[in-house]
Design a protein around this ligand. Sequence first.
Ligand code: ADP
Length: 454
Amino acid sequence: MNEEKKIALKLEILAREKEAIRRKLVITARQLAVTAKEKESARRSLVVTARKLAVIAKEKEVARRKLVITAKQLKKMSETLENKVLARTKDLEQIRSRTEAILTSIGDGLVVVDKDGKISYINKSFEEMLGWKSGEVLGKSMVQVVPREDQNGIKVLFEERILTQVLSGQKFVADLTNPFYYIRKDKSRFPTSSIVAPVVLGGKIVGAVEVFRDITKEKEIDKAKTEFVSLASHQLRTPLSTVNWYSEMLLAGDAGEVTSNQKKYLEEIYRGNQRMVELVNTLLDVSRIEMGTFIVELKSTNIVRLVRSVVEEQKPQIDDKKITFLSSFEDNIPLMQADPKLLRMVIQNLLSNAIKYTPDKGRVEVSLFLDNKKNVILKISDTGYGIPKNQHNKIFTKLFRADNVIGKDTEGTGLGLYIAKSIVEQAKGKIWFESDENKGSTFFVVLPLRETRK
Ligand code: ADP
């Protein structure tokens, strides 16, 4: 090949290479263009993302600020609540200490028991009066911790305790005629008066509250009063006997003839004086009962004969009022151990009441019978004025007379049933009644026979 051809070939090759390079460059330029585009879109999406992030950051900031506010509010609320709770606790504490102060400062003993009679609270006066400390008695049975005795030192049984009766839902009637005693930790005793009330929640008895008082002072005053009555009655007997004696003599004409008018007046004096003697004797009986100087002389007593003789004695009053009188006595009532004088007083009182409180043409019935527990029962019923229901619980109280008889033409002292109850209870018996106003009354006396022979 000649030189020229060689050069031409070379030039052609070069031209081709140039073309190839140009093409490559074009491709590279294109690729670069594509990359730049991508870069641009990546940049744009970065910008978008950055904006989004900025928005999120802003939102986060808002949320954070909100949270800070909420936290602040919460803190404030909790502070307010805390203050309120503190104030309320203080109030409650004040109420509690005030209640505690009241319970502590009342001079009366106070005990709260649960439904089983277990002590759940006692106050300071309880501790002082009975010698027990709160810690020693909490959770223990009140009836066992504090025994109760009657006047004669006989322990009151569990089922007869007022607390037991109140807890079992029985209606309790305060018996003011019979004082009782509470026994201290050191076994000494003091006379007490107490009131027990049930604690009712949702219609159920869940416990009871008892408030009691030491009545030693009252008893002393009462004793002084009784002694005075006794002394005064004794002193009255002598002049009354004189009046009795001399009016009897005048009536008998010992000081000369008396005109019928004078006789009428003298009889009034005599009857008035008799009533006064009876009253003085009754007062003496009451003071004897209260001073415990009633002499009881037990004898073999025929109660049927005793009742018959009292009926005989009161026959004039029965006839006077045209009262239908009925009596029935069970056969074979044995002789019993009793004080006939005292038993007579009980029968006299109940029968005279039945007659006195029954209008003319009424009916009075007396019966005596035995029960299977070796007791004799005396039943006296009438068709008289009866006793108003709301006064039933006061009938055996000293000096009490019911409203419905005070207005009527009946005389009385309100001492008869008090004496009768004292006598019956002294003989370990029981006395009670059933009565409806304007229908009549029935009095029952149950006495142990303590028989010696048939
Ligand atoms: P007194 O008869 O002297 O008033 P008591 O102690 O014997 O006193 O009786 C007390 C009260 O009981 C009477 O005042 C009366 O109100 C009532 N009472 C007693 N017995 C009867 C009776 N059989 N019927 C109606 N009321 C009676």
